[in-house]
Design a protein around this ligand. Structure first.
Ligand SMILES: CC(C)(COP(=O)(O)OP(=O)(O)OC[C@H]1O[C@@H](n2cnc3c(N)ncnc32)[C@H](O)[C@@H]1OP(=O)(O)O)[C@@H](O)C(=O)NCCC(=O)NCCS
Length: 173
């Protein structure tokens, strides 16, 4: 969509980001999740991206560190979400721009994979596949079908791995 800029968040964006999530989701659970992640070691300011339209924040996506474990081997990968676009601007490609920018930023930072819980058909447009492709499970009480992932480094997810989301996510799922 023309006129949309995706950039890293700035401290002065935080209230506007909260408003985006409050408007897109029912309730304030996602705002609470983002707030508690901000205070944790999972948070990386460079991987919290906003979509700006006419100098207003209209969308936001957060990537944060989660632990990937496979047998005795482990590494930090990224979780995508929460993500939201203000309802008045949805279905115009802003969410797609945010996901693409998130994948690019994660690649630039050298992460090996991203996992996401959400509408699988949406994320598959950007190269994500069902987590079942890798026999990948996570610690959240969600159906396997809504967990997707993308390898940014081929082979990174191997098979039968486990993603451990920080406890902050458990309040939302
Ligand atoms: C999901 C969301 C971020 C998409 O943002 P967007 O700017 O509308 O996304 P785009 O315009 O790039 O893409 C729209 C496409 O996303 C998909 N999509 C959007 N909402 C969806 C939903 N609830 N279920 C399945 N697919 C959905 C559809 O394929 C849609 O295509 P369409 O416009 O032809 O109907 C936005 O709708 C939103 O904030 N929703 C509420 C919060 C939410 O569900 N966040 C994501 C959690 S996984």
């Amino acid at each position: 969509m023309q006129g949309i800029t995706v950039r890293k968040e700035e401290v002065s964006d935080i209230k506007a980001i909260d408003v985006v999530h409050m408007s897109a989701f029912e309730g304030d659970q996602e705002v609470g999740l983002i707030d508690s992640l901000r205070k944790s070691s999972s948070f990386m300011p460079d991987l919290s991206l906003v979509a700006e339209f006419k100098n207003r924040i209209v969308g936001h996506v957060l990537l944060s560190r989660v632990r990937f474990q496979r047998g005795a081997d482990g590494m930090d990968i990224l979780a995508l979400g929460p993500m939201a676009v203000v309802p008045s601007q949805s279905h115009r490609g802003i969410g797609s721009q945010l996901v693409k920018a998130a994948v690019d930023a994660a690649t630039e930072q050298g992460f090996a994979a991203i996992v996401v819980v959400g509408h699988p058909e949406f994320y598959q447009k950007f190269g994500f596949s069902p987590a079942s492709r890798w026999g990948l499970h996570c610690n959240l009480p969600v159906p396997d079908e809504i967990v997707s992932a993308i390898e940014l480094k081929p082979g990174a997810l191997g098979s039968d791995g486990h993603v451990i989301f920080p406890s902050q996510f458990e309040k939302v799922y």
